[in-house]
Design a protein around this ligand. Structure first.
Ligand code: BG6
Length: 302
């Protein structure tokens, strides 16, 4: 496993990075650019903060989030890979895949001439992960930090038989008040309503919140916006290589049961996940690479 001293040595000339140990064996990378700051935990290559200059944080992290090896972090950008939700046949495998709870390697970190920072990661597959994912594949995750945050997942089938891939950038966004928030860009899409026995429904107009919501929107167009009157901003989400969008807020009762949401944390977060899930899982042929990207930008409203 990578140690903090090794990272400091390898990236000694990268003055825009610093490495901190948040808990024993739990390393985080802090990135500073002229436009924004970000934090990425090495476990899961998990972005836990992104804050453009002059803005409130864009990414929500629970005040009760736990940083412990092998445990998923409540908030930030968990990477769900190589399946989304429960595994298709193995009930004992971890929900949302293993990528978010295994260590990753930082392969590269560069400052681009325009001032943005670009980091490249790959998962350090352990025996348990290999047993759960017996397919020959490689995966790379790029994080670009600037005025916008750009996340890019690339999965290659390096074997000789096709496999199915489910995935999501399970981003928790910080909002002022869930009751006033709406999501634009999903009008007319069919969704699987996971709080109504997975019935299929059609979205009419913007998505608004009143208690627990857990939906997988199918065949989505790659552009939606979180309209947040309380923080007077819209977070614009554009994506490529993604056919599904998951919208999730646990509501008060479920959040209280989960134990790591913090007091009323659910009022200040919404997950809008760039995904390939349910009907939209990807079949990857031998030699093929699938790229999925998500780009976040903040627009001020007044
Ligand atoms: C969402 C799912 O993506 O993630 C929900 O649609 C799930 O069903 C939620 O509850 C949180 O998952 P977890 O495993 O991080 O608690």
């Amino acid at each position: 496993m990578t140690t903090i001293d090794e990272l400091k040595r390898r990236f000694t000339s990268a003055d825009f990075l610093s490495f901190v140990e948040k808990a024993p064996g739990f390393i985080a990378i802090e990135v500073k650019t002229a436009f924004s700051t970000a934090t990425i935990a090495l476990q899961g290559a998990h972005v836990t903060s992104w804050q453009p200059k002059g803005q409130k944080p864009v990414i929500w992290l629970s005040k009760a989030a736990k940083f412990a090896p092998g445990k998923s972090i409540r908030g930030g950008v968990p990477i769900c890979w190589p399946w989304f939700g429960p595994h298709a046949s193995e009930a004992g495998y971890p929900g949302h895949g293993f990528a978010r709870t295994i260590p990753w390697k930082l392969l590269e970190a560069q400052k681009l001439p325009d001032g943005r920072a670009r980091l490249l990661f790959e998962p350090a597959m352990n025996d348990a992960a290999r047993a759960q994912w017996p397919h020959a594949s490689t995966m790379r995750y790029g994080v670009m930090i600037g005025q916008e945050l750009v996340l890019a997942l690339a999965t290659k089938n390096t074997g000789s038989v096709p496999f199915q891939l489910g995935q999501a950038l399970h981003t928790y966004f910080q909002i002022g008040d869930i009751g006033q928030t709406s999501i634009a860009g999903l009008d007319g899409c069919t969704y699987i309503d996971k709080v109504a026995k997975a019935t299929r429904k059609k979205q009419k107009g913007a998505v608004t919140f009143n208690g627990e919501m857990d939906r997988v929107y199918l065949g989505t167009a790659g552009c939606c916006g979180i309209i947040d009157p309380a923080l007077k901003r819209t977070i614009l989400i554009t994506s490529t290589g993604s056919r599904s969008t998951v919208v999730w807020n646990p509501g008060a009762e479920k959040a209280a049961k989960m134990g790591d949401f913090g007091r009323q944390g659910e009022n200040n977060m919404v997950c809008v996940e760039t995904a390939n899930a349910a009907d939209d899982v990807i079949t990857l042929a031998p030699g093929e690479t699938h790229r999925m990207t998500a780009q976040y930008r903040v627009l001020r409203n007044g």
